[in-house]
Design a protein around this ligand. Structure first.
Ligand SMILES: Nc1nc2c(c(=O)[nH]1)N[C@H]1C(S)=C(S)[C@@H](COP(=O)(O)O)O[C@H]1N2
Ligand SMILES: [Mo]
Length: 331
């Protein structure tokens, strides 16, 4: 058996950069008042985002804004790649990894339409190219009360939106997942969700520097089960806002009806901000299980529960978006 040693160029920055470095960097930036500045600087395009050749890592990933607490450590790749929600491939956690093999994420096009000056149908490559690729390490909190810590590779959603020049009447951005029943076994099951899967954000939420469109994890292009080739990540909201395999982005005036709200308006809303004080009608949201963390095993079945944080720990960055709103009502 050959033992393949990694070349230095194969080693992603997260492997040589322990959590302490993130934490220290954060403290340094806090001390030097660089937090807000670093977000703005993160938008400066130093390099164009391009997919690597098959089997290769992304070549040029800048360290973007990441914030972890003292108890957070990166979830192992095996957990991130095998414990998923992606109903297009089935409704249990193992289904997406098991069933997403036949899905072809390339070639891919994204249609941008609605209330904007620069609509169009754009290839995936051209869609990502003008933007800098960043690593963003975020907590991910599913509404089902489990969580992970994921090192995403993505581009700023706010920067993407600017490019298409939304008009003054546009208040929301709406996203659609691809519909391909031939490749997606869950879309052939008529007792499943209505397709396409829809999500949306208010435009100012979408412009928040934390919001990204992810195209990779751990330096590799997204696997099919994680939403290849491109999906939304909004770390202060419950995971279902993170619509996968996006084929359409529309600027609209009315609040979009997102899939889970349509399915069950008594249990799921539009905003879906992580809030430990507002319980789901069928379970508490005060705490969560960390999947793949130490002691819990990959499924996290016996993981000790940990406290859920307001806005998933990102209140400092996003709370101002909801000033004046009753957070107990706008779930
Ligand atoms: N199209 C689509 N997007 C989706 C879902 C889905 O079923 N279909 N599930 C959502 C839910 S509930 C969660 S928690 C996250 C899970 O992302 P992950 O499997 O990459 O961790 O994807 C979200 N995006
Ligand atoms: Mo979820």
């Amino acid at each position: 058996m050959l033992i393949r040693h990694k070349k230095a160029s194969d080693v992603a920055s997260h492997e040589i950069t322990p959590k302490d470095v993130y934490v220290n960097r954060r403290r340094f930036m806090q001390a030097s008042g660089l937090i807000a500045g670093s977000i703005a600087l993160g938008a400066l395009p130093s390099a164009a985002a391009v997919l690597p050749a098959k089997g290769q890592k992304f070549a040029d990933v800048k360290k973007g804004y990441s914030k972890l607490g003292d108890t957070d450590s990166l979830s192992p790749p095996e957990a991130i790649y095998s414990y998923n929600n992606y109903y297009e491939f089935g409704s249990s956690k193992e289904d997406p990894a098991k069933n997403a093999g036949p899905f072809k994420p390339l070639p891919w096009t994204i249609k941008v339409d609605g209330l904007c000056n620069k609509p169009g149908t754009i290839s995936f490559e051209d869609f990502i190219k003008p933007h800098a690729l960043e690593e963003r390490v975020y907590r991910m909190r599913c509404v089902e009360a489990w969580s992970m810590v994921i090192p995403w590779n993505g581009i700023s959603l706010g920067e993407v939106i600017k490019r298409f020049e939304p008009q003054g009447s546009a208040k929301y951005v709406r996203f659609e997942t691809v519909v391909r029943p031939e490749e997606m076994v869950g879309q052939r099951d008529r007792h499943n969700l209505p397709w396409p899967y829809i999500e949306g954000l208010r435009l100012d939420e979408a412009a928040n520097p934390l919001a990204i469109l992810a195209i990779g994890i751990y330096g590799d292009p997204l696997l099919n089960q994680n939403g290849a080739p491109i999906r939304l990540v909004t770390p202060w909201k419950y995971g279902f806002k993170g619509v996968k395999s996006i084929v359409r982005m529309s600027f609209v005036e009315e609040q979009p009806k997102n899939t889970w709200q349509v399915m069950n308006p008594g249990e799921y809303g539009f905003y879906s901000n992580v809030n430990p004080e507002v319980d789901h009608p069928r379970w508490s949201q005060a705490s969560e299980r960390r999947i793949g963390g130490s002691g819990g095993g990959l499924r996290g079945l016996i993981a000790p529960r940990q406290e859920t944080l307001m806005f998933n720990g990102y209140a400092e960055e996003v709370a101002q978006l909801y000033a004046g709103m009753d957070l107990k009502k706008f779930y």
